[in-house]
Each structure stands twice: as structure tokens, then as C-alpha cells.
Design a protein around this ligand. Sequence first.
Ligand SMILES: NC(=O)c1ccc[n+]([C@@H]2O[C@H](COP(=O)([O-])OP(=O)(O)OC[C@H]3O[C@@H](n4cnc5c(N)ncnc54)[C@H](O)[C@@H]3O)[C@@H](O)[C@H]2O)c1
Ligand SMILES: C[C@@H](O)[C@H](N)C(=O)O
Ligand SMILES: [Zn+2]
Ligand SMILES: [Zn+2]
Length: 350
Amino acid sequence: MADKMPAIMKTKPAYGAELVEVDVPKPGPGEVLIKVLATSICGTDLHIYEWNEWAQSRIKTPQIMGHEVAGEVIEVGPGVDTLEVGDYISAETHIVCGKCYACRHNRYHVCQNTKIFGVDMDGVFAEYAIVPAQNAWKNPKDMPPEYAALQEPLGNAVDTVLAGPIAGMSTLITGAGPLGLLGIAVAKASGAYPVIVSEPSEFRRELAKKVGADYVINPFEEDPVKAVMDITDGAGVEVFLEFSGAPKALEQGLAATTPGGRVSLLGLFPRDVTVDFNNLIIFKALEIHGITGRHLWETWYTVSSLIQSGRLNLDPVITHKYRGFEKFEEAFELMRAGKTGKVVFFPHKG
Ligand SMILES: NC(=O)c1ccc[n+]([C@@H]2O[C@H](COP(=O)([O-])OP(=O)(O)OC[C@H]3O[C@@H](n4cnc5c(N)ncnc54)[C@H](O)[C@@H]3O)[C@@H](O)[C@H]2O)c1
Ligand SMILES: C[C@@H](O)[C@H](N)C(=O)O
Ligand SMILES: [Zn+2]
Ligand SMILES: [Zn+2]
């Protein structure tokens, strides 16, 4: 193995990133070194690339980007007894403290001291990467690396879709970005019907149909609430899953949900939102969930089983695959323009 490797690094506090040569890291106590087999771009990576306000407040440069990953363990650091060389792993990106009030209630997904790799420390957009052993998830050997890398965002989608009953239930999904597309795949695999998707981008509406949406709506051209009422004979949907982060989509989704229905919110809003709580939530007795991260480790078991079941239609979600990182700028710009589903890099050319 070479001493140096290519990595996509946020080198300075400004727009963009650079492909640089860096030393292959050594695993410290409690860590393993992996050969990165597949790594995918998350919306958070885009925010870091664009250097938005959130990134400016959180990211310390220089830092290797990326956190969605599948790889093979090639070196084990001191004190690691749960993994060995040759293990095929993915990684939970939230490094939790295990000591805070939330952790001690087994609510690791809301640990108040969470650190995230690729955000608070070097990430995985490189040929090799360090993963804390406590964050490793062992994969079955026959799981394709691109699916294995997607398990982290799939976990977000699983926690959103499966926060309540879904089989046989009418479902509205707002936003068919990468996360919403994964949500459609999970909803369909779990027996939701009909799955109605509201998404302004034609490209992404087409992807939503390929993943299995039963109806797609352009909310900029037709009223999604009326469309949902027409499809559900005036009842509204049983389940509303918000994947867009658009304030208007939240309001429309709440209005389109049947009284007593379930609402799960994953999308992050760019600002405080105003909603008619009395009429859209309280008098409708809606059940509302905020969704963040993944339940450790229950969500990973569900995600892995769903993939192994063969019932998740993931291939249409993965729109772009790159061997090596040379074309990373093209990948980021396509994603910024909304012209992708999930983008996956395979760092090794051989
Ligand atoms: N809570 C968490 O733990 C968590 C984790 C990951 C991502 N997220 C959030 O989930 C959301 C989805 O992530 P993504 O990567 O797919 O983002 P994305 O920005 O790629 O996708 C959002 C989609 O919503 C669509 N949209 C915009 N306005 C709309 C409207 N009025 N109605 C319906 N759709 C509309 C956009 O065209 C886009 O396709 C983001 O807000 C992201 O920040 C949250
Ligand atoms: C880091 C963030 O992008 C990640 N996908 C999460 O679940 O928190
Ligand atoms: Zn992410
Ligand atoms: Zn904690």
C-alpha cells in the first residue's frame, strides 16, 4: 500500500474543495483503517462545499470531506477487539458520547455531544479512511458497496417512513431529492399505497416514478392539497413525510393529511416557519415526529434487512457513479444543480 493517497479536501474557508495528496492515516486506539470501496455525496457535503453559514460556523479547515461509506478493514488500531482485517463495514457517522442524559436513556440519536466524521474531523472522500471501531457496522460480503455506502442516508429515510404504521396507507412525500427518493423506496417496500410525491423538479419527478411513486405532482403548477384530496376521495393521506425542507411543503402536507394522521419531518427548514397550529395540527389531532440521524443500532438492522430482502428499488436513486475522484467538481456541480439522485465515488481504479 502506498504512503500517500488522493483525498477531496476542504483546504480553505471558501467555496469549493481540492483534490490533494495526503498521507495515508494510521489508526489510533479504538480505530480502524479502511480501504474505501464506495462513498457517496450527502447534502451536508454540498453545504460544506458551498461554504454556507452553517458550514462556516462548524467546519475547521483543512479537512477531508465525506461521511457516507463502505470499506474493507485493512488495519486495526490498539484495543480494537470487535473488528479484524478483512471485515467489510459501513459506518454510523454520529460519534456519540455514551455518557450524557440522552445516551443513558438509549437515545443515542440525540446525544448532546455528537461528533460527526467528515464534519467535525477528517472524513471518507479518500482512498483510505479512519473509522472509530464503535461506529462500524459489519455488512454481508455480498452487499454491493454502493448500496452499503447508502445505508447511512437510508437510515434517515427508514426512521422517517417507519416512525409509525405505513403498510397499506396513503402517503404523501414532499421533496424527491436524494433523501426523498430513498424515502419513496422504503415506503414502497413497506407496502404504502398510494405513494403521492410532490416535487417541483421534472428530473426528480421522473426519478420518483422510476423508484415507484404512484402519483407525482408539481407543486408549482398544481395545488398538491387538491391533488391529494382528489386521489384519496377527499379523505387526505394517512401519512405525510416531509423531505424537502420547504416551508410551503410543510403547510401543504399538513393540510393534505387526514385528521388523526401521522406526520414525520426530516427536511431542515432554512428559517423559522409559521404554521396555523390550531387548524392544521391541534384540531386535526395529528401525530407529529421530528426525525434526526438514526436509532443506534435498531435502524441499521432494519436498513440492512431491507436491502438484503431485495425489495428496495435503489438503482434508479443512484444516478451517477465515478471511478476515482478526478471529476469531483463535476459531481458536486451536478448535484448542486439538482440534476442527480445519489452520486457515488469508487475511489480505487483497479
Ligand atoms: N433530520 C436529519 O437528520 C436530516 C439528515 C439528512 C438530511 N436532512 C434534510 O433532509 C432534506 C432532504 O435532503 P436532500 O439531500 O434530499 O435535499 P435536497 O435539497 O436535494 O432535496 C430537497 C427536494 O425538495 C424539493 N422541493 C423544493 N421545494 C419544494 C416544495 N415546495 N414542495 C416539494 N418539494 C420541494 C427540491 O426540488 C429538492 O428536490 C434536507 O432539508 C436536508 O437538510 C435532514
Ligand atoms: C451528517 C448528516 O448529513 C447525516 N446524514 C446525519 O444523519 O446526521
Ligand atoms: Zn449526511
Ligand atoms: Zn451522549
